[in-house]
Each structure stands twice: as structure tokens, then as C-alpha cells.
Design a protein around this ligand. Structure first.
Ligand SMILES: [Zn+2]
Length: 97
């Protein structure tokens, strides 16, 4: 499966063939969808997710992948660390000392 991030709202979707640049490109806004990688399963994909995706809502990711949030963090503990860090930062920003 080929994993892509939509340029609209950041949804992740998969295809069973590799899209060409023309297919990814959006004429309406000049932006394009992003190729994230090729994996056999959603779990493989989750395992390989890097820190750049820490800002994804884990519930959204888990739901998209058809797994629980606990399973998501089990597959990729780094996501949980980054998630905690990300939300702690947000909290600090809201309440400056
Ligand atoms: Zn567009």
C-alpha cells in the first residue's frame, strides 16, 4: 500500500498503486498531496512514523488505521513521547509564567 497525506486537512489515505506527481498535484490550489511511504500494513506504517507526525491527533491516527490509541502507542512509543511533549508545550504556552 502507498500512504499519502492529503493537502486538504492532512488526512492520510492509501492506494494500491503509486500515484504520479500529476495525480498528487491539485490544480485548484497549486498544492499537492505528500507521499509518506510504502508499507504492507497500517501497523507497519504506524511503526515507522517519525517525529514530524507527532502533532497528529493520536485518536485520529488510530481511527484512520483501525486500531486503538493504546495499540498505536504500543506500536510506536515515540509517538506517545512526542505527543506528551507536544501537549505539554501547548499547555505552557497557554499559561506563561
Ligand atoms: Zn487543493
Amino acid at each position: 500500500m502507498y500512504f499519502y497525506e492529503s493537502h486538504l486537512g492532512g488526512n492520510i489515505y492509501t492506494t494500491d498503486y503509486e500515484k504520479t506527481y500529476d495525480e498528487l498535484y491539485c490544480e485548484e490550489c497549486g498544492d499537492s498531496d505528500t507521499f509518506l511511504g510504502e508499507y504492507d500494513t497500517w501497523e507497519e506504517f504506524i511503526k515507522d512514523l517519525g517525529t514530524e507526525y507527532a502533532s497528529y491527533d493520536p485518536e485520529f491516527l488510530a481511527e484512520t488505521a483501525g486500531i486503538t490509541v493504546d495499540r498505536l502507542f504500543e506500536l510506536n512509543p515515540k509517538l506517545k513521547e512526542d505527543y506528551d511533549e507536544y501537549y505539554n508545550k501547548e499547555e505552557n504556552n497557554e499559561r506563561p509564567t
